[in-house]
Design a protein around this ligand. Sequence first.
Ligand code: ZN
Length: 275
Amino acid sequence: MIPLIGALLVALLGVPTPGDGGIGTGPTWLASSHLRTTADRPVEPATSVRRSEPLAGRVIVLDAGHQLGNHNFPQEINRPVPAGGFSKPCNTTGTSTNGGYPEATFAWNVTTRLKAKLEKAGATVVLTRKSNREDRWGPCVDYRGRKGNKRHADLKISIHGDGSLSSGAHGFHVIYPPDRPPWTDDIFQPSERLAGVTKAALVKKGFSVANYIAGGDGLDERSDLGTLNLSDVPVVMLESGNMRDSGDAAVMTSAQGQERYARALALAIRNYLHG
Ligand code: ZN
């Protein structure tokens, strides 16, 4: 994976320029750099991107939807919280497959796999919840929405699975916030771009767009989600598939399927940050 990332970086960014360090600019450096051997290679400027860590310096928030124990704490998760000009319940139980595999567990497994990939690439990953346990609940959507604002995170992805009972409904869709002052007008444009890049990466990794969402293009703009509305950093929410659909459920409950989601999202994040 790493050589691929390096190749991608070179393809996207071109030959690394020495300009960041303020020294050695110009044709002389370029000419000599190609003649250097590994042994006398100069120390890279501190601000350059290390090829082995293409996401160095990046801060990424991953929001694993719900919490396994939410259903055990109805009072706590039904408490109204700010959600961007209105109130909503703190959280919900989330859905599950017909076989009882919880959305919270799917979201957690993809999140932890994705976290490992991003950290390997040098990123700092911030999670909105740190466990997947029956004796825990939350956090509330206002907390999820604000997480990463103070740190000026580069982006946030909220990972969910849908629970549509419509016959034959399957596929993923990516939700992003609208141009709605004063809540998400500031993050609308980059969030829309992140949604497009995320969709493309999922399609590239073999997932199909939802056939039951209006528009049918796998993208959905929504103003009713606190997780999106309270974010000051580019954010999308992924409904990874329909857990009530047997085909989607088979993928979403398998380790291989969860790994493929994580790979797709890692690709999306790299493409967004380097695009
Ligand atoms: Zn959900």
